[in-house]
Structure formats: structure tokens, C-alpha cells
Write a protein that binds this ligand. Structure first.
Ligand code: FES
Length: 99
């Protein structure tokens, strides 16, 4: 028997919707599984289309050099296409499509 993935809750503001983000998925992928399409393009951490502000929580990245500067990181900006939740998150994203 395998352990279920740890999953954290992500709250999208100002939409007010939440979804579960397991350790095995990026925040972007987890949102898709919940029927929430966040802005995206490259999905590999370079184009910055998905850049959004995280007002609470902690993430780690799948890649070594995601396209977000140290200053942006310090201000809370993340790239959800390559970020994995390490705690419950609150992110600010406009233009979310509910699919
Ligand atoms: S979709 Fe391109 S950086 Fe996230």
C-alpha cells in the first residue's frame, strides 16, 4: 500500500476558489485538475505568463532557475507552472477560467 500524496490547499484570490495541490503536481496542473485554468503559455518556467503573487505559503521549484528574479521572489511572486506547494497557499491571479 502506498502513502497518499501530501496535498495542500490553494486559495485563489480574488476568485475565492480553493483546490488541492498534491506534491506530485505543479500548482498550475493541480488547478487544472480542479477545473481552474490559470493563465499559462510555456509551462516550463520561462515565459512568465503565469507569474502571480503569493500572499501566503511556501513553494519549491521543479527547475533550478525559474524565470523569476530574486526581487520578485522576495515580493512573493511565483511561477505556478513549475512551482510545487510546500504549504497551504494564497495566490492572487486574475483571468482564471473555470472549465
Ligand atoms: S507558463 Fe510560462 S512561465 Fe509559467
Amino acid at each position: 500500500m502506498t502513502e497518499p500524496d501530501a496535498a495542500f490547499t490553494v486559495l485563489i484570490q480574488p476568485l475565492g476558489r480553493t483546490f488541492e495541490a498534491p506534491d506530485s503536481l505543479t500548482v498550475l496542473e493541480a488547478a487544472s485538475f480542479a477545473g481552474l485554468r490559470l493563465p499559462r503559455s510555456c509551462r516550463n518556467g520561462t515565459c512568465r505568463t503565469c507569474l502571480c503573487k503569493m500572499t501566503a505559503g511556501r513553494v519549491r521549484y521543479q527547475i533550478e532557475w525559474p524565470g523569476v528574479s530574486a526581487e520578485e521572489k522576495a515580493e512573493g511572486y511565483i511561477l505556478p507552472c513549475v512551482a510545487i506547494a510546500e504549504s497551504d497557499l494564497v495566490i492572487e491571479v486574475s483571468g482564471v477560467q473555470q472549465i
